[in-house]
Design a protein around this ligand. Structure first.
Ligand code: FMN
Length: 192
């Protein structure tokens, strides 16, 4: 083992899927890129995500307490990075990047047609927003692109869309090989 700089620790843990977060306030929708998020509960699904208070999206998310988390395929990666490098305060990113907005059913923020999954979310807990910009979201409705039947399958051989995972420096890993370790996913009798 050799020493690793604290300033780069996030690059070891960051590579969850990079997603897009949409909001809408007063008839004005916006979208930002986000890679700092984690699951917290199975059902109802809860997730935690960090939206910096310097982002335009923060204002809308705080005011409306609603958003959509849209999961992009790897083919959308250049757009995802562009979306994360300009602000909705200055640019209509949907027009600028040719993103297709679709109406959500339970929140005012739009779904994104180019994404293979869209999660309609409400803020479930904002007690850590003031200190950390950390929002706890409940997914109240989820959608997936029907052209990816693997998303609803439990077959280990299912085909899933490739996702992008930020290394924290503008490079990304693309999800790839599936390891099927289902036969290990049983509790040891000694541990029951
Ligand atoms: C790959 C990538 C990941 C990002 N992850 C986050 C994140 O997790 N949280 C965050 O607040 N900003 C993140 N950003 C930055 C925002 O997407 C960026 O500040 C964006 O311009 C905000 O847009 P807005 O001002 O329209 O809300 C990320 C940017 C990129 C390119």
């Amino acid at each position: 083992m050799r020493e690793y700089p604290l300033s780069r620790v996030f690059q070891l843990l960051e590579p969850g899927p990079t997603v897009l977060l949409t909001t809408a306030q007063a008839g004005c929708a916006n979208v930002m890129t986000m890679s700092w998020l984690m699951m917290m509960e199975f059902e109802p699904p809860l997730l935690a995500c960090l939206v910096s208070s310097s982002n335009h999206s923060f204002t809308a998310l705080t005011a409306t307490r609603q958003c959509v988390i849209a999961i992009p395929p790897a083919s959308l990666a250049p757009t995802v990075v562009d979306v994360g490098n300009c602000s909705g305060a200055k640019v209509d990113k949907f027009t600028a990047f040719g993103l297709t907005v679709l109406p959500a059913s339970q929140v005012g923020a739009p779904l994104l047609g180019e994404c293979f999954a869209n999660l309609e979310c409400r803020v479930a807990d904002d007690t850590l927003v003031g200190k950390y910009n950390l929002f706890i979201l409940e997914v109240v409705q989820a959608w997936c692109d029907s052209s990816w039947p693997g998303l609803l399958s439990s077959d280990p051989e299912r085909v899933l869309p490739k996702t992008i995972h930020h290394n924290g420096d503008g490079t990304f890993r693309v999800s790839g090989e599936t390891l099927n370790l289902k036969d290990h996913m049983v509790k040891w009798p000694e541990c029951l």
